[in-house]
Design a protein around this ligand. Structure first.
Ligand SMILES: Nc1nc2c(ncn2[C@@H]2O[C@H](COP(=O)(O)O[C@H]3[C@@H](O)[C@H](n4cnc5c(=O)[nH]c(N)nc54)O[C@@H]3COP(=O)(O)O)[C@@H](O)[C@H]2O)c(=O)[nH]1
Length: 827
């Protein structure tokens, strides 16, 4: 349900219910008031009427008493002779009656009725005919004769006038002095009767209506209507049940709602001496008309209020509440759709205004966060250069552009030379600084025309991207000819040649760059990147610090390398790996004092593969961890085996990769292997390259300490190729330094190599380290080394690495037993 409808559902009852409640109270109150007022009015008018009628009746009865005392009347009734009575007594009597009528003109008739009902004397006001003289059958006389009362009154229709009149009569009882004894009881001689005209009462009834449609009316005890404002109703008779309800009402002077005249009416009643029932009635239609009108008015007001509320709701509330909320809803939808540049047109100071301001701020913050996220998603956080994702998009875009325009395009893939060494020697922080500085130099050495003409300025600024680590790419769109890429590559190499100043160190670095040209070297992005990578790898192999264009033959080499990696994965489980052993001899005595275990891969189809070829692949793929563990176990197993054969035991050194230190618990591996094989720990040595030991972190150092504590010897391999200082090496529990064979090779020709070698021997001794010279191939080299105090010799001069069986033969030969004697024989 819409908010608007919900508000209407709340507001309409809020407006309508109080109005209806107030209206209902007013309605009930008005009903009570108007009924109360009507009752008072009815009561007043009924009292007046009954008093009036009672007065008329009492006056009539009193006058009857008075008139009956008249001597003429007595004489008249005692005059038995009709002639005498009519001729002599009646005229004066009638004149007397006439005089009464002048005093009481409402007495239409003053009559003398004989006990048998004969109307014997009658004085009537003019205009009142005398329809009958025999009264004995009239209702009045019947009721008069039936009653025992001396006086009698009744409201009846006068048969002479057809109008309701008050009949009042008095029995006249006399003793006939002439015919009867004095003591005889008086006898009924006749009745003196008054017929009282009630037209004044009728007029009053007609004038005194109750409300507009109500009336005062009177009925006799039998239910015949005697008085009624509607003359047509006079003489009609009420129904029995209605009379049964009305009679007690009149008797108790009460009020009730009864069904009269076709509808409910409020009726009030009075009884006049059991003779006359007086009623006042007012139809409910009129009685409650006002309250009904009020109710109707209230209903109309309520309806109007509801309509006004609707109006307000539709205009005011809609403008104040619904529309702003709709705007907020729309704004929220827009924000949801990612449109964060919206402005919400609400400036009220209420909660909605505050909400709108919050929305606005939220969308601003979201926009900022969105921009930040966008930046982070597409840029390298360290250098601020486009990252791999953005590079992909830029490359695709520029490829599409180049295809459309028929341009050539170049992709330069750059990898820093020896970056790892900087990390290892100066730490990762320095490595990061170097990358930052490098990014600045790379960006700075691109010309403006090398940038892409992309849609937005900010997007086209950079065509240098960092893919990760020390790998960077440079896009060169609109290439005039493929050779132009070489000049950019040269500029880059030149830009890198000045030393980088990192944390007060001067760091020299260079890069290897691979170049691919679109469309010659690849039609799509993936191929171009792959070929640029291969070309870069080739540049590394060509001695680093140079650039190489991609050539199809390089691809073949890369494929071969991948193939080798896949096969190397299976080599260990297939038992294709093998350890060769190269003896190390005492420089002075030439006795074999130890050996180095060197891994070999006997490929089923390719034959023996050099470690120089597969060890780097094993390092890069991580396979070296498992292979290195195998080498430790195999060397220990072999040594133990030789011991069982009774061979003279010499310590064997196993090469460990820096990766093993990072991903393997070497100390635990060695301890377990020694325990499993039961080998004397002093017969095992481990060799780590100088660079591996330089990047050793605290856990690796601890592993070396643990190995040392086990009794295992530790040698630093290829010493002199890194940047380590001997004092730095004092941190590590090392026994031996092995001088890299690159120094030994030209030791007799190159004074620097000779000096360095001498210095290394001297400083190592000062640290009480044993020194081994690697790659000794000539007697001259041996001579030099021995003269300068080198402790041990390893090289082809003594023996190349050989399989285990051959090494046994070597050890059992005079050369192995005593090299000095053997040398005499073989060299
Ligand atoms: N992590 C491991 N690395 C290993 C393991 N086995 C070998 N290697 C490393 O592979 C690299 C190449 O080794 P290899 O081809 O065996 O070369 C060794 C010797 O054959 C060679 N050598 C010895 N004497 C001479 C010589 O007089 N002249 C000459 N030109 N070469 C000679 O030197 C290599 C031994 O060097 P080093 O290990 O530095 O003592 C090599 O780096 C091996 O370390 C392995 O199991 N794990």
């Amino acid at each position: 349900m819409k908010l608007q409808s919900k508000l209407a559902m709340i507001l309409i009852p809020l407006v309508a219910l109080p109005l209806l409640a107030v209206g209902w109270l007013a309605y009930v109150q008005l009903q009570d008031t108007s009924e109360g007022k009507t009752r008072v009015e009815m009561d007043t008018k009924l009292s007046q009427l009954s008093r009036q009628l009672e007065t008329i009746r009492q006056t009539a009865l009193a006058n009857l008493e008075l008139f009956s005392e008249a001597a003429l009347l007595t004489q008249y009734l005692q005059t038995g002779d009709d002639l005498e009575r009519y001729s002599l007594v009646q005229p004066p009597l009638l004149r007397l009656f006439a005089s009464y009528q002048r005093a009481y003109p409402q007495y239409q008739e003053i009559r003398v009725l004989l006990p048998d009902g004969y109307e014997d004397a009658r004085m009537a006001v003019p205009g009142v005919p005398n329809r009958t003289e025999e009264e004995n059958q009239t209702p009045f006389f019947i009721s008069l004769a039936a009653g025992q009362e001396k006086v009698h009154s009744a409201f009846l229709e006068n048969p002479d006038t057809g109008k309701i009149s008050l009949y009042a009569s008095k029995q006249i009882e006399l003793v006939d002095w002439v015919k009867e004894s004095v003591t005889a009881p008086p006898r009924l001689r006749g009745y003196l009767s008054l017929t009282v005209d009630l037209s004044t009462v009728e007029k009053q009834l007609a004038a005194n209506r109750i409300g507009q449609s109500g009336a005062l009316f009177a009925v006799d005890p039998s239910g015949t209507i005697l008085f009624h404002p509607d003359p047509g109703r006079i003489g009609s008779t009420l129904s029995g049940p209605l009379l049964a309800q009305l009679t007690p009402l009149a008797r108790q002077q009460g009020f009730a709602t009864l069904g009269l005249e076709g509808g409910p009416c409020l009726v009030g009643g009075r009884m006049l001496d059991e003779e006359l029932l007086l009623f006042a009635m007012l139809p409910h239609a009129e009685l409650l008309g006002a309250s009904h009108r009020l109710g109707l008015n209230i209903a109309l007001i309520t309806l109007a209020a509801v309509l006004v509320t609707f109006g307000l709701h539709l205009s005011g509330i809609r403008a104040l509440l619904v529309r702003p909320i709709q705007k907020l809803g729309k704004a929220a939808q827009e924000i949801g759709k990612g449109n964060l540049e919206l402005s919400i047109d609400i400036s009220t100071r209420d909660e909605i205004g505050q909400l709108a301001a919050t929305f606005q701020e939220m969308s601003r913050n979201l926009a900022e966060s969105h921009q930040r996220i966008q930046f982070l998603a597409y840029h390298d956080p360290l250098t601020g250069l486009p990252n791999r994702r953005m590079f992909q998009e830029l490359l695709n875009y520029s490829l599409a552009h180049a295809r459309r325009a028929g341009h050539q395009m170049a992709l330069l893939f750059l990898d820093l030379d020896n970056f790892k060494r900087v990390n290892d020697t100066l730490g990762h922080h320095a490595g990061d600084r170097l990358l930052e500085e490098l990014a600045t130099r790379l960006s700075g050495c691109l010309r403006k025309e090398d940038t892409l003409a992309l849609d937005s300025e900010s997007d086209c600024r950079q065509t240098v991207a960092r893919l990760g680590g020390d790998e960077f790419t440079i896009l060169l769109p609109n290439l005039k000819n493929p050779f132009a890429a070489a000049s950019v590559a040269k500029r880059v190499l030149e830009a890198l040649s000045p030393p980088f100043c990192i944390d007060s160190h001067e760091v020299f670095t260079s890069a290897s760059i691979g170049i691919t040209i679109f469309p010659g070297d690849g039609e799509d992005a993936a191929t171009l990147v792959k070929h640029a990578d291969i070309a870069m790898y080739h540049a590394k192999q060509q001695g680093k610090n140079n650039y190489q264009y991609y050539a199809a033959s390089m691809n073949a080499a890369a494929l071969e390398r991948l193939n080798l990696e896949n096969q190397l994965r299976r080599a260990l489980s297939r038992g294709e790996l093998q350890l060769y052993y190269q003896p190390l001899v005492d420089a002075a005595t030439l006795n074999t004092v130890s050996a180095e275990a060197l891994m070999r891969w006997r490929h089923p189809e390719l034959g023996m593969i050099s470690p120089a070829q597969f060890i780097p692949i094993a390092e890069e793929s991580g396979l070296i961890v498992a292979m290195g563990a195998w080498a430790v176990k195999e060397a220990c197993r072999q040594l133990r085996h030789w011991q069982h054969l009774g061979l003279r035991p010499v310590p064997v050194a196993v090469n460990l990769s820096s990766l093993q230190f990072r991903h393997q618990k070497i100390d635990e591996l060695v301890a377990t292997t020694l325990q499993e094989t039961g080998l004397d720990p002093s017969l095992l040595q481990v060799e780590l390259t100088e660079s591996a030991i330089m990047q050793a972190e605290e856990p690796s150092v601890q592993m070396l300490v643990n190995l040392k504590e086990l009794g295992v010897g530790i040698a630093i391999d290829d010493f002199g190729t890194g940047y380590s200082s001997l004092s730095y090496l004092r941190r590590f529990p090392i026994d031996t330094l092995k001088i890299d064979r690159s120094f030994i090779k030209d030791i007799l020709q190159d004074a620097d190599d000779a000096t360095i070698t001498r210095a290394i021997i001297s400083m190592a001794h000062s640290l009480e380290l044993t020194v081994t010279a690697e790659g000794v191939e000539t007697e001259g080299q041996l001579e030099f080394l021995r003269d300068n105090g080198c402790d041990k010799i390893q090289g082809y001069l003594v023996s190349a690495p050989v399989p285990a069986a051959e090494f046994v033969r070597f050890m059992q030969s005079p050369r192995g037993e005593n090299h000095s004697a053997a040398r005499e024989a073989s060299f």
